[in-house]
Ligand binder design. Structure first.
Ligand SMILES: *Cc1c(COP(=O)(O)O)cnc(C)c1O
Length: 487
């Protein structure tokens, strides 16, 4: 794919050119630097890269110690402020986090549950659509509205979902001013709960599209649209998947929240993270760069194990997607891995662009020595097959009385088999509510998890969505007919 940056993008209020604000640069080196506001609205950089902060802000030990006991919304504002720079005042940021996290069903927002002496579960699924993606997207919705209200822009959000991003994004932006959302899901490859959580939102700015093909096919079409001048000239296209920096930023918060509860900064903590697009676990890497004492990050994959192969042998080569009971991890190309490779490779945009161009041509690349060594200093990968997932669900239920979903099961499998020193607490991120995937949970445990009351009538609600062939022209034609052109 050939990427180009329109020269008009070099100027304008959202281009970062003042010294006191946090700048965002592209991993591929040739897109203009942007402010937080610019990076949030842009999503993907115009050179095909991903935005990252120009440097990692760092908290001192005393600052981390002072985070203990803060309400979640306050902690979130504190952790995110250095990334936001002067795009929001601290007071306004706190209002937005209070609004976002007030919609969660648990007062602690992301409660920590103890399995046994060493193992903990961080429940990230108490948001409106029952998966961890709510933690970031409930904030992204108000951020979009805030930034769009400052201009006469409107935003056309185009996204692809393997299940959970779609519903969380739709909930976050439904009925918001100046935003239209087009969400592609692979037809028949998301669970019924996942599909209904998207298609039963009947707001006029929400457009659900079922595509013939896999998640990777849908994601490739979305990426292509970002670089299609015929579309980007007419529409201001934005992203809600984890290529959007603001999402990763919001996910850094719960690493701090849980680690501080378990004794950080005076104690090291390990995390086990069910991984697909490498967004969630990259947020853990950011937390460690910011000074959190992270002993290890376990990259838990299912049999779609490109990351496991990359981290164990330096071979990042995409195979074909295998469907599993953890569909949100049925991914071969992990977009956010590029952010890690860029950081570990010495932040050389030209070299990163070349490495990614090679990958886009052949669907395979080798990591450099610096990238392999840098990754192994913090990351360990563990792959779970379907037996491992069932056994982990069974173990959590029989030994701890906890029902966990198949994605979380990959994390628990990794946490229990990675050989982490017993003195180090291991926190597994529980990425989805078990009721979202009740069939495999019931098969493994003999127990069918109940949907929480807030979504109880999901199966009675009316659905609305359109079906399209896995054909780029059909999708762009659909978007062009329903979206609002740039002002
Ligand atoms: C999205 C998702 C994942 C994978 O997260 P990434 O940030 O893409 O690595 C894991 N589990 C669930 C339930 C998800 O929805």
């Amino acid at each position: 794919m050939h990427w180009h940056c329109a020269s008009g993008l070099q100027a304008g209020a959202l281009t970062a050119n003042r010294a006191q604000i946090m700048e965002y640069i592209s991993t591929r080196g040739s897109a203009p630097a942007l402010t937080f506001e610019g990076a949030t609205l842009a999503g993907l950089a115009c050179d095909g890269g991903l935005y990252v902060p120009v440097e990692w802000p760092r908290f001192s030990e005393a600052e981390i110690a002072a985070m203990a006991g803060l309400p979640y919304a306050e902690l979130a504002a504190k952790v995110m402020q250095p990334f936001v720079g002067d795009c929001l005042t601290p007071e306004r940021l706190l209002e937005l986090t209070t609004q976002a996290y007030g919609r969660f069903d648990h007062k602690a927002v992301t409660p920590l549950v103890q399995f046994d002496e060493q193992h903990w579960l961080l429940e990230l699924f108490h948001g409106p659509t029952l998966a961890f993606k709510d933690v970031a997207l409930q904030l992204l919705g108000p951020l979009f509205e805030e930034f769009l209200s400052r201009s006469d822009r409107n935003l056309t959000i185009v996204g692809a979902t393997s299940g959970d991003t779609g519903s969380a994004a739709i909930d976050a932006v439904a009925n918001r001013d100046k935003v239209n959302i087009f969400m592609l899901h692979p037809k028949g490859r998301v669970s019924e709960v996942q599909r209904r959580q998207m298609t039963t939102v009947l707001a006029p700015n929400v457009h659900n599209i079922a595509i013939d093909g896999s998640f990777d096919d849908a994601q490739a079409m979305v990426k292509r649209m970002f670089n299609d001048a015929a579309m980007t000239d007419r529409f201001s296209i934005g992203a809600v998947n984890s290529i959007n920096w603001a999402r990763l930023m919001a996910q850094v918060v719960y690493y701090f929240a849980s680690a501080v509860q378990l004794g950080a900064p005076h104690r090291q903590i390990a995390f086990s993270v069910p991984t697909g697009n490498f967004g969630d676990v990259f947020a853990g890497y950011v937390a460690s760069k910011m000074g959190l004492p992270v002993a290890r990050l376990l990259v838990a994959t299912n049999v779609n194990d490109i990351l496991h192969r990359a981290l164990t042998s330096g071979d990042y080569s995409a195979g074909t997607v295998t469907q599993t009971a953890a569909p949100s991890m049925d991914i071969q190309v992990s977009s956010n891995f590029e952010r890690l490779l860029f950081d570990l490779g010495g932040r050389n945009g030209a070299a990163q662009a070349e490495q990614m161009a090679g990958f886009e041509k052949t669907r395979a690349m080798r990591l450099t020595n610096a990238q392999t060594q840098g990754a192994s200093a913090l990351f360990t990968s563990v792959r779970a097959d379907s037996d491992d997932m069932s056994q982990a669900m069974h173990w959590a239920w029989k030994n701890c009385g906890e029902l966990i979903d198949p994605h979380t099961a990959c994390g628990v499998h990794a946490a229990r088999s990675a050989g982490i020193d017993p003195s180090i607490p291991v926190v597994t991120l529980a990425t989805a509510h078990p009721a979202k995937f009740n069939d495999p949970v019931e098969r493994a445990t003999g127990n069918r998890p109940m949907l929480p009351a807030r979504v109880g009538d999901l199966f009675e609600r009316q659905e609305r969505y359109d079906e399209l062939p896995g054909d780029y022209a059909a999708v762009t034609d659909y978007v062009a007919r329903h979206a609002t052109p740039r002002a």
